[in-house]
Design a protein around this ligand. Structure first.
Ligand code: URA
Length: 209
């Protein structure tokens, strides 16, 4: 079964508390999501392989280390996932970015993909699939389906706030995917909002509604 790792770094927890507050403006919200994305990247990339490289400092020769060139991709689930891309991208500028757009079918209430744009070599890349809210798990599951259909083997799901219902659904559908979250909240309400959560992440990011 996949693991869920709640990243309990004090900086992340502090920023997340400001993010959750209803008084936080869209501008501040965007900045915080960006910063938390950057800090999450630190944890999510912890197992990236290193290789030795010979370098000269101004005073000596040494064997240093660098990333072993593992290919990465950041794939946001539209729309709210976009808010997390830049922070991760700043830490891993060699990554490529794919996009998955989904809408909810009014009859089935299930997510349906309407846009998939991936780097051509996505199958060879390790993918960070990002969406700030893991609520019912429907979008995350479909996002992983889309990636696996394209041959991706190594996927990590990165979110800010997860609900136990979404974690369970994603783990059952895709037991091989590790989940990283800044918080594991209490439950989903009858409208599908995470409680206590932070409201609608897309609306808060983009100042809509
Ligand atoms: N999506 C959101 O943006 N917020 C929630 O609470 C649940 C799903």
């Amino acid at each position: 079964m996949s693991k869920i790792q709640v990243v309990e770094h004090p900086l992340i927890q502090h920023k997340l508390s400001i993010l959750r507050r209803k008084e936080t403006s869209s501008k501040e919200f965007r900045e915080l999501v960006d910063e938390i994305g950057m800090l999450m990247a630190y944890e999510v990339s912890r197992d990236l392989p290193l290789e030795d490289v010979e370098i000269d400092t101004p005073v000596a020769h040494m064997t240093a280390q660098r990333l072993a060139g593992k290919k990465l991709a950041i794939v946001p689930i539209l729309r709210a996932g976009i808010g997390m891309v830049d922070g991760i991208y700043k830490m891993i500028p060699a990554a490529r970015v794919g996009h998955i757009g989904m809408y909810r079918d009014e009859e089935t209430m299930k997510p349906v993909e309407y846009l998939v744009k991936m780097p051509t070599d996505i199958a060879e890349r390790q993918v960070f699939l990002v969406d700030p809210m893991l609520a019912t798990g429907g979008s995350a599951i479909l996002g992983v389906d889309v990636l696996k259909e394209r041959g991706v083997k190594n996927i990590k799901f990165v979110c800010l706030v997860a609900a136990p219902e979404g974690v369970k659904a994603l783990q059952e559908a895709h037991p091989d995917i590790d989940i990283f979250a800044a918080a594991l909240d209490d439950h989903l309400n009858e409208k599908g909002y995470i409680i206590p959560g932070l409201g609608d992440a897309g609306d808060r990011l983009f100042g809509t509604k």
